[in-house]
Design a binder for this molecule. Sequence first.
Ligand code: ZN
Length: 175
Amino acid sequence: MIKNLKFKTPNVSRGLKNKLELQGNEYGQAVKGVIVCEVCHDVFFKKGWHKPGSTPLQQMPLSGKGVHFALCPACKMKKGNLFGGKISIKNIPIGIREELFNLISGFGKRAESRNPQDRIMDIKTQGGNFIVTTNNDQLAVKIGRKINDTFHKTDKKVVFSAEPQEVSYVEITFS
Ligand SMILES: [Zn+2]
């Protein structure tokens, strides 16, 4: 039985990702068979990562020959204290903090259920400021857009770092 373990990072990580490390292809080319992530137990096969227990995996033996253990790109990123996107939200009115938190975490859960490698890594709250990190630059941008659409009184700025890092920084300030 595979358990889906989740860890919360204590601090928002700093750093830049190496784009090449994030692509599953390196595994697909290097290893035949399947790869099981040692931390989150996502399974890589047929060029994609799948959640444990998801339909494509139900007939798949996850032990024995041809099964390898490694870190998936999302867990590798977390271990390296890296992130792909960061949303800094400032000056959040007290009355909407809970709603905003739920909006962000719900968005992250839906993204992860579509693609297990799209994840919110951490939501750090500090009074009227939240810092959200994602392992995917586009996920941060989408969350920023969602916040902007939901709460109109915001200013939003999206900055992408230069190639090859491709890290997005989204800044939202409630006015
Ligand atoms: Zn993993």
